[in-house]
Design a protein around this ligand. Structure first.
Ligand code: FHN
Length: 570
């Protein structure tokens, strides 16, 4: 599993009402207009490494010795590569653009570069993969984009080497390497452009000045190209790139979640593949957050995309044929993504993608500042609804509920995008809900990251601690003694907790009721009932600053933290 490099994922750190550090410009908005409409693209990680079934770049000098890895190209002959097949697979999935690793950290180039012999031209296959793919995208109306790794653990001029950039080259020359990088980027744009995007990655050892120069050079070569936020030196580019998780709700700054359909980026035999529900709900929640999804396949060494991945993508496309109207050309919100589902909007229409019901068959939403004219189920069927100043209730009979998401449309009286974004709370019935709480540390001392944010059932708020915090305590006063036997903790994909104790206060000390290690997303654990008023989560070890979206306590295994299933449980 590639070690992912954390990027300035402002969508996760910034809450949606706070002006982003990099306000979008009119020019940037114009560049990104098609991209916002497209919502869904194919990511491809491919190269001679597919012969090994190990991870691209990262397995060089780990699972595969460097010399062996660097010799793979001599037997790379993907005779079944058919660019039209790949592009037709993307199209059948409902994807509107495609981004391929032209050069990953291992330095191998999928095109015959004039600047190196370590490229496809020197393999038994010899064919120019990028030229064939760009032409196929043109034929099928899919936008073609290129991933280009800034770090190059193979090139002698780049300072760092394998494994994983952990070694130093004997005679690096970063300025000369940057000239090589800019020369190759120019080849990509001039030979295979116009490109939809330059998707830079892992900008180790690159200064802001160099990254700004490279970005300016790319823009000079193709002014309307989009550039991501990974050129290096914190250069923001046009969009953020949360990786392997869904970015936070953010309308100000474009963002794109990149995620693997399996677990590995490059080809891995019998890799674990995501279910159709997970694939589609990821796309829904991404669009609901006002983001794009760049969904990755790793083709096999013979040039084909694995049949089961092709089938999964086809299933996504079939679902989008019926329900995609609320994905393409929409904006996220007004109801923010959460356990309940997600919403998008277009014109005067709000699309509700309901995945969990607040009560069986009933969804309760906060009040809107526009009148709802009509409410209907996209796939047909009866729905009853009510709107008041207290909120909205929508009731759908079990026979009309859909497995992956029940899609209900609301026609409102004005532009739906003008509606104020708001979270949808599924009441958890937690004994800790809304109670007084203290914490040993709060991010920048800001109340919006205070301990009560983990006790509010709000999927868009969280308790956060300062960077560098490795242990912390969250203490709750239940107001009066209560019997508790179940805890629910949600730290999402951050998974930073390594050791914790759940403790309750007795007359003279803190007693442990539960001890554990990792927590992660939707951690729910039962323990021997205790009666207490003061409870604390004592995080003893964390890899980085602990942060919790929810901390909930229940009696008798009760609790509705995740809400009902997509279809009524009963
Ligand atoms: O190290 C790479 C990884 O192999 C993969 O290419 C991902 C895709 O976004 N980017 C880097 C990890 O953040």
């Amino acid at each position: 599993m590639a070690a992912s490099i954390a990027y300035a994922d402002t969508t996760a750190l910034e809450n949606s009402t706070r002006p982003c550090e990099h306000e979008a410009s009119e020019e940037g908005d114009a560049r990104m207009a098609w991209w916002r409409e497209a919502r869904f693209g194919m990511f491809i990680h491919w190269g001679p490494v597919s012969l090994t079934g190990h991870e691209i770049g990262w397995s060089r000098g780990k699972q595969t010795p460097i010399a062996g890895y660097d010799a793979l190209y001599k037997r790379f002959n993907p005779e079944k590569f058919d660019a039209d097949e790949w592009v037709e697979t993307a199209k059948a999935a409902g994807m509107k653009y495609l981004v391929i690793t032209t050069k990953h950290h291992d330095g191998f180039c999928l095109w015959p570069s004039a600047l190196t012999d370590y490229d496809i031209g020197e393999t038994p296959f010899r064919r120019d993969v990028l030229a064939e793919l760009a032409a196929a995208c043109q034929r099928h109306g899919i936008r073609f984009g290129t991933y280009y790794s800034v770090c190059d653990w193979h090139h002698p001029d780049f300072p760092l080497g394998s494994p994983g950039g952990s070694t130093e080259k004997p005679n690096p020359n970063l300025e000369r390497y940057n000239e090589y990088l800019r020369g190759q980027v120019a080849e990509l744009i001039e030979r295979y452009g116009p490109l939809s995007t330059m998707w830079f990655d892992v900008p180790q050892a690159v200064t802001r000045k160099q990254a700004e120069a490279t970005s300016a050079y790319v823009r000079k070569l193709q002014p309307d190209i989009t550039i991501n936020n990974r050129a290096g030196g914190g250069v923001p580019g046009d969009y953020d790139t949360p990786e392997q998780h869904i970015g936070g709700f953010s309308r100000q700054r474009p963002w794109e979640t990149c995620m693997t359909i399996c677990r590995q980026w490059a080809w891995k035999p019998n890799d674990q593949m995501k279910s159709l529900e997970e694939c589609i709900q990821t796309l829904i929640r991404t669009a609901g957050g006002d983001g794009n999804l760049l969904f990755n396949v790793g083709p096999m060494p013979d040039g084909r995309i694995e049949a089961r991945q092709v089938d999964r993508l086809k299933q996504m496309g079939e679902w989008l044929e019926t329900y995609g109207n609320g994905i393409y050309g929409t904006r996220g919100g007004p109801f923010m993504p959460g356990k309940w589902g997600a919403s998008t909007c277009k014109g005067s229409t709000v699309y509700l993608y309901i995945m969990h019901w607040t009560e069986p068959g009933t969804l309760r939403l906060p009040a809107l500042d526009q009148r709802i004219r009509t409410c209907s189920i996209l796939s047909g069927g009866d729905v009853s609804w009510n709107q008041s100043s207290d909120g909205i209730s929508i009731v759908v009979g079990k026979e009309h509920q859909q497995d992956i998401a029940t899609v209900v449309t609301l026609e409102v009286e004005g532009p739906a995008f003008d509606l104020t974004p708001m979270p949808v709370i599924i009441p958890s019935a937690s004994l800790a809900f809304g109670k007084n709480a203290t914490a040993s540390n709060v991010h920048h001392g800001e109340s919006r990251y205070g301990p009560k944010m983990a006790l509010d059932d709000n999927p868009d708020t969280r308790w956060a601690t300062d960077s560098g915090t490795r242990s912390a305590q969250l203490e709750v006063d239940l107001g009066k003694p209560a019997t508790i036997d179940t805890v629910f903790i949600d730290e999402r994909q951050w998974n930073r907790i390594r050791k914790f104790k759940l403790e309750y206060k007795t007359s003279d000390d803190w007693q442990v009721m539960l001890a554990g290690t990792t927590v992660g997303e939707d951690f729910r654990k039962q323990f021997t009932p205790v009666r207490a008023q003061h409870v604390r989560l004592n995080i003893l070890e964390a890899t980085e600053s602990p942060t919790l979206w929810e901390f909930q306590l229940f009696k008798d295994k009760a609790g509705n933290a995740a809400g009902c299933t997509t279809k009524d449980d009963k």
